[in-house]
Design a binder for this molecule. Structure first.
Ligand code: NDP
Ligand code: 8X3
Length: 252
């Protein structure tokens, strides 16, 4: 029987590439996000291109009732989730703390921290009952270092980093692996979202060097998920070769 992966935030970027890679490798895939049309397109693509089962669930990770409802009502063919990829997340704005919009803080903390917790809380009881599973959290270099004007986004990813460590301890007796993946700059829709649709500012983030692509992180996630049962990748920091840290990127 195929293994089942649930990927949050599969309508774009890293999540979409991850869903496709797992499907290509023969997994059954549950894809989630808020944009129903994109979910349907990806579901059709996975089913026709790879011949795998794919289930799309449209919900906002910030809505705990919706998260619980969608995950607790999964039917017997889908409820045995082997791997959860907590990928849904975003940055909103890039401003000094004194100038930032508190609505952006709410959005980032509610999505990146509380959303990740809600999905984890809904999925782990099944893993515990089956005495195994794997949670892969997409954190960031921003969860390891803080950069100018990154304040609350960095704080949200530092929280994810701490949660990975906490989950790893709490879920240890249940045989559940916990991995954190910490990418540097990945050219996705991330910066378009961060700069609220300003495509020029977003494009500048990736100009003058070769950034990572969504497929590079999908590949890393799949590597972590495909280790033998007795091997856990606790965490990985994955950077573009042109980037040494959150602060240093060599641009042409
Ligand atoms: P994208 O903007 O391309 O994709 C983000 C995904 O998250 C989308 O599928 C979006 O789906 C989903 N999402 C956002 N908010 C919600 C929500 N409230 N409920 C459900 N889904 C949501 O960005 P990336 O692929 O780059 O980002 C994926 C993860 O990687 C994020 O956690 C990000 O912080 C992290 N990351 C990104 C890096 C980068 O440089 N790009 C580097 C390091 C980490 P929808 O809008 O349909 O809901
Ligand atoms: C996204 C990468 O460096 O813009 O998490 O924070 S960075």
């Amino acid at each position: 029987m195929s293994r089942i992966v649930l990927v949050t935030g599969a309508t774009a970027g890293i999540g979409e590439a991850t869903a496709e890679l797992f499907a290509q490798e023969g997994w059954d895939v549950i894809i989630t996000g808020r944009r129903a049309e994109r979910l349907q397109l990806l579901q059709k693509k996975i089913e026709s291109k790879y011949g795998n089962r794919c289930l799309s669930l449209c919900f906002d990770v910030r809505d705990q009732a919706a998260v619980n409802q969608q995950i607790s009502t999964l039917d017997v063919n889908w409820r045995d989730i082997d791997v959860l990829v907590n990928n849904a997340g975003l940055a909103s704005g890039r401003a000094p703390i004194q100038d930032a919009d508190p609505n952006d803080w709410e959005l980032m903390l509610d999505t990146n921290v509380k959303g990740l917790l809600y999905v984890t809380h809904a999925v782990t009881p099944g893993m515990i009952a089956r005495k195994g599973g794997h949670i892969i959290n997409i954190s960031s270099i921003a969860g390891k270092q803080v950069y100018a004007n990154g304040n609350v986004y960095c704080a949200s990813k530092h929280a994810v980093d701490a949660l990975c460590k906490g989950m790893r301890i709490d879920l240890l007796p249940h045989g559940i692996k916990v991995t954190s993946i910490n990418p540097g700059a990945v050219d996705t829709e991330f910066s378009i979202v961060r700069f609220k649709g300003d495509k020029e500012s977003a494009a500048n983030v990736y100009k003058g060097y070769t950034p990572l692509y969504a497929e590079d992180i999908a590949d890393t996630i799949y590597y972590a998920a495909s280790r033998p049962k007795h091997v856990t990748i606790n965490e990985l920091i994955v950077m573009p070769t042109a980037q040494a840290s959150a602060h240093y990127i060599v641009k042409e």
